[in-house]
Design a protein around this ligand. Structure first.
Ligand code: SF4
Length: 236
């Protein structure tokens, strides 16, 4: 195996190796992204469009989304949600892709490799931030709406308890946890970009090609924080 991208941890290789030479061991999160020798364009493309999907997850839960959706409907001349959502996804996914192309073009000026190779090589660094953005979004569902599990469970057995809110913790605590997750994901992504450059380029000048990606990661973190600061519209 070149990498563990397709391993689902079933454990058969460990159980079946006659020499007991395969083990599963813990490692620092994101280490597997630092040493990829043959980056795959299809994987890297998926990693960047996931960032756009995370944006759509957040944007469609905001109070401003209703206004935006009506504007989109009048622009496209249809109220069909399949069309308006498709257009929203296409735009939201295209923006991070274009930003990454700009960073890759800048990186290619520094390390002398092709823009597409830079794109495929460095986008793996965005995976920790993808994950952090997705977790931060769903943390809201878990902690602001988690009490509904209890209410629904009790309703199933015919019991009712007077609960004013489904929130398990205060909104300020949720925001703090969301921002902490984004900071952690942003740091892991920036450090991964640095390690990818260090692994692939041996001279100090070429190693600096991680800088455009760190700037891009900073912009994506800031945009995520901005979205989390906007008023949400509860869908319960
Ligand atoms: S057999 Fe081993 S390498 Fe293959 S999926 Fe299972 S745990 Fe991963």
């Amino acid at each position: 195996m070149d990498d563990s991208a397709r391993c689902n941890l079933c454990g058969y290789c460990v159980k079946n190796c006659p020499n007991d030479s395969i083990t599963i061991s813990a490692r620092i999160p994101s280490t597997e992204l630092w040493f990829i020798r043959k980056p795959k364009f299809e994987e890297s493309f998926l990693a960047i469009i996931i960032m756009g999907i995370v944006f759509v997850q957040n944007i469609t839960m905001l109070q401003v989304w209703g206004r935006g959706q009506r504007g989109l409907e009048s622009l496209l001349g249809t109220t069909d949600p399949a069309i308006t959502f498709t257009a929203t996804f296409v735009v939201a996914m295209a923006i991070p892709v274009l930003m990454l192309f700009a960073a890759s073009w800048t990186g290619s000026r520094i390390n002398g490799e092709k823009t597409f190779l830079n794109f495929a090589r460095f986008v793996y660094a965005l995976i920790p931030l993808d994950l952090a953005g997705h977790l931060a979004h769903n943390l809201f569902h878990l902690l602001a709406e988690g009490g509904s599990i209890l209410i629904t469970g009790l309703a199933l057995i015919g019991s009712k308890i007077p609960i004013q809110s489904t929130a398990l913790v205060s909104m300020s605590t949720i925001e703090l946890l969301q921002f902490s997750l984004l900071a952690l994901g942003g740091f892991a992504s920036a450090y991964t970009a640095y390690r990818i450059a260090k692994f692939n380029y041996r001279t100090a000048g070429r190693e600096k090609s991680y800088i455009p990606y760190v700037i891009l990661i900073g912009i994506l973190v800031a945009f995520n924080v901005y979205l989390f600061l906007l008023p949400m519209s509860h869908r319960m």
